[in-house]
Design a protein around this ligand. Structure first.
Ligand code: ZN
Length: 164
């Protein structure tokens, strides 16, 4: 496994609409594992393909005991709305309020190419929506609650950056 460099939000890759993965093979599994390692090293809740320079529909999320590695994820149901503070590994130290669905159901392929359906709520639902947005070139800063501003909070635990 390897820790991949995480691209900043100004990078053009972060605005691309990513391609569907045609076949979940060894290369994709390796990418998912590298993404998980990179997310963990950066103390993040989630990471998407384009953030590590791969314009593919692949995401990883870790919230509490839930660790998901999903390919071609799609939100097939959503309900409610919650405003919560978000940040992004591609924009370290900046945070802002974003409204997200409170509960979602995601359909995707797992690391073995099997179809999975997963219900999520709270922080897990928020992280999944944030990562799926990345696959469409959308950043949380595009969705800040009207009238709010990004907050710079360098005193928060610093995401560690490592390149290997
Ligand atoms: Zn992000």
């Amino acid at each position: 496994m390897a820790i991949l460099p995480i691209l900043p939000t100004q990078h053009a890759m972060l605005r691309r609409v990513c391609s569907r993965v045609r076949k979940v093979d060894k290369t994709i599994r390796r990418l998912l594992d590298d993404m998980t390692e990179s997310m963990d090293a950066a103390n993040g809740l989630g990471l998407s393909g384009p953030q590590v320079g791969k314009p593919l529909r692949a995401i990883v999320v870790r919230v509490g005991e839930d660790h998901l590695q999903l390919v071609n994820p799609e939100i097939v149901r959503s309900a409610g709305e919650l405003i919560g503070e978000e940040g992004c590994l591609s924009l370290p130290y900046y945070y802002g309020p974003v409204a997200r669905a409170a509960e979602i159901t995601v359909q995707a392929l797992d690391r073995n190419g099997r179809k999975v359906r997963r219900k999520a709520e709270g922080l897990l639902a928020r992280a999944l929506q944030h990562e799926i947005d990345h696959l469409h070139g959308i950043l949380f800063t595009d969705k800040l609650v009207e009238g709010s501003e990004l907050r710079f909070a360098p005193s928060r635990p610093a995401p560690t950056r490592s390149e290997a």
